[in-house]
Ligand binder design. Structure first.
Ligand SMILES: Cc1cc2nc3c(=O)[nH]c(=O)nc-3n(C[C@H](O)[C@H](O)[C@H](O)COP(=O)(O)OP(=O)(O)OC[C@H]3O[C@@H](n4cnc5c(N)ncnc54)[C@H](O)[C@@H]3O)c2cc1C
Ligand code: SF4
Length: 485
């Protein structure tokens, strides 16, 4: 096992993300040793460390007199390329084994996708339900419906209590890693401490058990809600554990199904959770590998604006965006609707270059790895692939954010004002986005209603919205410093 600089700096990762991965690696190495394995472990600050996976593999092969290495499928095109370079650059043969931490293999996904005009997640998800038998009564879905999402959009209510995720205390191994990260990555984005992520399988299992016990019953109902003072609501906060292999996706889904069958959680919660894991999570991975390394270049709207500085600083008067960025900085976590409907929505409406948006999401979240982050960002949140992944852009005005959150109460902008200096920027940016991209979106049947509404506005209203958007974006460009981290 090797901690290599190339993996810590291919993106300006959040400090908590680096600490989480390094500490989980070190704990895993100790567990293997306790089980009797010999682990050859190269630390990040070891003087001999060459800083890249291929050269570290080559050094290890020499130490152990190996002519070939056996690896499991990596999670990114970048790492696959690095491994593929081993035979030519280092004279080492490589055998790549099937990765069994996913339910649907790359080949099985390619077979499913073959010949389909549209690769909709919902169709894939039904196949996965049949394949795993999760929430099935024979060949029928439990409850008579595949999807209970319509019940999962309740706005937050005041007076609700939120249990929050289980917090682990850093042990001596983690303390060492925190000191290392503090020393080597001081200029990276994010707050390092308090650090409370689990870094072992037992710790991740305990965190998941707590989620099932105290949060799962309400997970479905408030899945899309956002509250200023509640970072986690009823979300599981387990993507980071699933993505590094501390939790197994099929196992967590079986435990959630059991909670439903034991009467502990309602069907809309259990189905909602299982759909995210065997549906969305597996589906985006399939798309990532199917689309190839060029997927990252998709940009159907031709957006070119640099990422605004406030994505790094949180320094904006838009209360919803500020809250998401500050939470991201402190926790390396934001839940799905924060990522999709606040920061992602803003970036798309403002015409930010989707690659810059992708690079930000890849850096700032503890769960971010390209196979899952890229399709979510580029496809789902920016619609940059022209609708491969989403049937319409996730574009929304301030009205949506106001309905699903309490951010607007404390904002300098007024969410009900459509134009003018007090108006919520999401309002005029939304209409400007639709007007700007009518050539690309005008024939989308799911946008017929918004375009009818736009056409029904009088000339002055349309002109004001477009002028306000232009002025706002001009001001955004004027204040940009091109800051990267
Ligand atoms: C722009 C954008 C970027 C994203 N980047 C990532 C990323 O880098 N890594 C990542 O794991 N997820 C990513 N997601 C998906 C989702 O936001 C996170 O998985 C989720 O917020 C993690 O928090 P949680 O564990 O509390 O999830 P919960 O809401 O409790 O959901 C349970 C689990 O379902 C899975 N899941 C839910 N939605 C998705 C999804 N759309 N795609 C894949 N898995 C999903 C996750 O494993 C998650 O742990 C992104 C979404 C968007 C819109
Ligand atoms: S008014 Fe607009 S900018 Fe302010 S919090 Fe609400 S949606 Fe966000």
């Amino acid at each position: 096992m090797a901690e290599v600089a190339r993996e810590t700096d291919y993106a300006p990762h959040h400090k908590k993300k680096i600490a989480f991965i390094l500490s989980a690696m070190r704990h895993f190495a100790s567990e293997l040793e306790a089980d009797g394995w010999h682990v050859d472990y190269v630390r990040l600050d070891s003087p001999e460390n060459t800083g890249a996976l291929p050269s570290e593999i080559a050094r290890a092969a020499q130490r152990h007199s190996c002519a070939s290495v056996v690896v499991t499928e990596p999670g990114e095109w970048r790492v696959l390329d690095a491994l593929a370079s081993l035979p030519e650059q280092h004279g080492i043969a490589v055998e790549i084994l099937y990765e069994d931490r996913f339910i649907c293999s790359r080949n099985a996904f390619a077979d499913w996708a073959d010949g389909r005009k549209q690769m909709r997640m919902e169709h894939f998800y039904r196949e996965m339900r049949r394949k795993t038998g999760l929430l099935m009564d024979g060949d029928k879905p439990v409850g008579g419906k595949w999807n209970f999402d319509a019940e999962n959009r309740k706005p937050p209510k005041s007076g609700m209590s939120f249990p929050g995720p289980l917090r682990s205390d850093p042990d001596a191994v983690t303390q060492d890693v925190l000191a290392l990260v503090d020393e080597h990555f001081a200029n990276h984005f994010g707050t390092l401490e308090p650090f409370w992520f689990a870094v072992t399988r037992d710790g991740a299992e305990a965190a998941f058990d707590r989620f099932v016990d105290v949060a799962l019953p309400r997970f479905g109902d408030y899945q899309d809600a956002m509250l200023r003072d509640e970072k986690y609501l009823y979300h599981a906060v387990v993507s980071l554990y699933l993505n590094v292999g501390l939790l197994d996706p099929l196992d967590v889904c079986r435990r959630v199904e059991r909670a439903y069958r034991d009467g502990h959680a309602p069907l809309n919660a259990a189905e909602g959770f299982i759909r995210q894991v065997i549906g969305w999570r597996e589906y985006v991975r399939g798309i990532y590998w199917l689309q190839g390394p060029e997927y990252v270049d998709e940009n159907v709207f031709g957006h070119t604006r640099p990422l605004p500085d406030f994505f790094w600083t949180g320094s904006t008067e838009m209360a919803c965006v500020r809250a998401c960025v500050e939470q991201t900085r402190d926790e390396a976590y934001a839940h799905h609707i924060q990522r999709l409907m606040v920061t992602g929505n803003f970036a798309m409406l403002a015409g930010v270059d989707p690659r810059a948006v992708h690079e930000w999401y890849l850096a700032v979240y503890a769960d971010a790895f390209e196979w899952v982050e890229l399709p979510n960002t580029l496809g789902m949140s920016q619609f940059a692939d022209g609708g491969l992944l989403a049937s319409k852009p996730y574009a929304a005005s301030g009205n949506y954010i106001n309905r699903m959150s309490d951010h607007c109460n404390g904002c300098r902008y007024k969410v009900h004002e459509k134009t003018g200096p007090e108006a919520c920027p999401f309002n005029y940016l939304y209409w400007d986005f639709l007007a700007r991209h009518r050539d690309t979106l005008g024939n989308n049947p799911r946008l017929a209603q918004p375009y009818r509404t736009w056409d029904g506005f009088d000339d002055a209203r349309r002109r004001n919205a477009r002028d306000d958007a232009r002025n706002f974006l001009h001001e955004l460009d004027r204040s940009a410093t091109g800051r990267a981290v």
